[in-house]
Design a protein around this ligand. Structure first.
Ligand code: CMX
Length: 439
């Protein structure tokens, strides 16, 4: 076993013991009540999941193993000459629970580089789809095609003890993450660059190599990728991509199946596809007004028109957050440093100045503030990555870090098949009648 795997196993054994004690001593403790409204309205706020990798506070935003995004930008190891954290470091932190050293991060980078070879049949599966196919569909199909490589599926078929599940899930996780940038870059070059592919450079870190394979070799874009792939990685366990990966994994579907399912969830416009929608919405505004930099008044009118048409303002609102997303702020800081004069970036900032008051004025939107997706497209566009339907694939490559680290934890802690109770409306009506009679 490699030393990262050894450390993970020893942390997991320790936590397993603590959980056994918690359940034995406090298993009957009630965490919260569940209301009829929550059952009908997306189960908001019901505490029913355990996710070790990160925790979301509705006002403060995400913390990964206790560290906020500004703290991570400060404390995680960086590439030589770089200022942004290496996502390899965040993965280590989520998996092991400790801030990694530069050597730990180099070890993860080297492991992923070594495992990054993608078998040819995966490219054949991508090639079998029409070029016009949405990049997220190509991405999901490719991950599923890669399932032939699953060590977990093979070992399970051969018959392994439950105690060994985590080990094969860990191996699949490391291999899968190693290969995603190559797959994503292949989809990008196939769809938008006439299939002129760029070979990986094994000397680069995971993000820089990804930027290189996409065809963007500037230091500044590599820095953006490091930041982007770090901040999109995890958002506790209840969001659609994380929850889906966890749920499917609970059936002991292997990490390839589980991640494919999670990515299919990320492809929804209320979740990860919002980054595509934001840039389309801004470009439509720019086109309509006939300028790259519409005034705040023009932006305000456009927001009101979007709302009056019964559509959502993409990039705004959140199921849990109630303040500006620190992932938005991190990108804003990056833009202030690298591209403060970019017209689309300035428009994103102007939308930020006018949208919250208008959204709040509707009286129904619980969070009028921007989320992570409100800013990302404008940065990518600045560097020439203008094909907005590819943006969610970038999100997906990053999200794999959090959801797969969590999947390792799920199996190491021996979490069971997830199976919440559902009810019919008739059951609810009878329950209400019964409770009313008792009152
Ligand atoms: N524009 C217009 N209306 C919005 C809105 C927005 N940005 N955000 C919320 N609303 C509406 C909801 O559609 C809902 O309307 P109805 O009562 O008519 O159904 C009402 O306000 C209340 O919703 P809420 O409780 O504030 O928000 P939810 O928890 O139901 O939904 C989210 C959260 C993210 C789906 C929603 O804010 C939204 O659709 N935002 C735009 C899409 C987006 O940016 N998604 C990305 C989220 C981050 C991510 O996962 O990547």
């Amino acid at each position: 076993m490699g030393y990262v795997k050894d450390s993970f196993k020893s942390k997991a054994d320790q936590l397993s013991q603590e959980i056994k004690k918690i359940v034995a001593e406090h298993g009957e403790l009630v965490l919260d009540k569940v209301t009829v409204a929550q059952a009908y309205q997306g189960m908001r706020g019901i505490p029913g999941l355990i996710t070790e990798t990160s925790l979301l506070d509705s006002n403060e935003g995400i913390r990964f193993r206790g560290f906020s995004i500004p703290e991570l930008r400060e404390r995680l190891p960086k590439a030589e000459g770089g200022n942004e954290p290496l996502p390899e470091g965040l993965f280590y932190l989520m998996l092991i629970g400790e801030v990694p050293s530069a050597e730990n991060v180099e070890h993860i980078s080297a492991t992923w580089a070594r495992r990054s070879h993608v078998p040819n049949h995966v490219f054949d599966v991508i090639e079998a789809l029409p070029v016009s196919t949405h990049p997220m569909t190509q991405f999901c199909a490719a991950i599923l095609a890669l399932q032939t490589e699953s060590k977990f599926a093979k070992a399970y078929e051969e018959g392994i003890s439950k105690k060994e599940h985590w080990s094969y899930v860990y191996e699949d996780t490391m291999t899968l993450i190693a290969r995603l940038p190559r797959i994503a870059a292949y989809i990008y070059r196939r769809k938008y660059k006439n299939g002129e592919h760029i070979q990986p450079d094994g000397m680069l870190d995971w993000s820089a190599n990804f930027a290189h394979m996409l065809g963007f070799d500037s230091d500044s874009f590599k820095e953006l990728m490091r930041l982007y792939l770090t901040i999109h990685a995890d958002h506790e366990g209840g969001n659609v991509s994380a929850h889906t990966t966890h749920l499917v994994g609970s059936a002991l579907s292997d990490p390839y199946y589980s991640l494919t399912a999670g990515m299919a969830g990320l492809a929804g416009p209320l979740h990860g596809l919002a980054n595509q929608e934001v840039i389309r919405w801004i470009e439509e505004l720019q086109e309509k007004i006939g300028t790259q930099e519409p005034t705040k008044e023009q932006i305000a009118d456009y927001i009101k028109q979007t709302l009056s048409e019964g559509k959502v303002v993409p990039g705004y609102g959140h199921a849990v957050l109630r303040k500006t997303d620190p992932r938005f702020t991190a990108q804003m800081e990056f833009a202030k440093k690298h591209c403060p004069d970019d017209a689309t970036v300035k428009t994103v900032w102007n939308v930020y100045e006018v949208a919250p008051a208008i959204l709040e004025g509707t009286g129904k939107i619980k969070n009028p503030w921007p989320n992570v997706d409100a800013h990302s497209g404008s940065l990518l566009k600045h560097y020439g990555l203008v094909e907005e339907d590819f943006y969610t694939v970038l999100f997906g490559v990053s999200r794999s870090l959090g959801v797969l680290a969590s999947l390792c934890w799920d199996r190491a802690l021996g979490f069971p098949l997830e199976r919440p109770k559902s009810m019919t409306t008739e059951w609810i009506q009878k329950y209400i009648a019964q409770q009313t009679k008792l009152a």
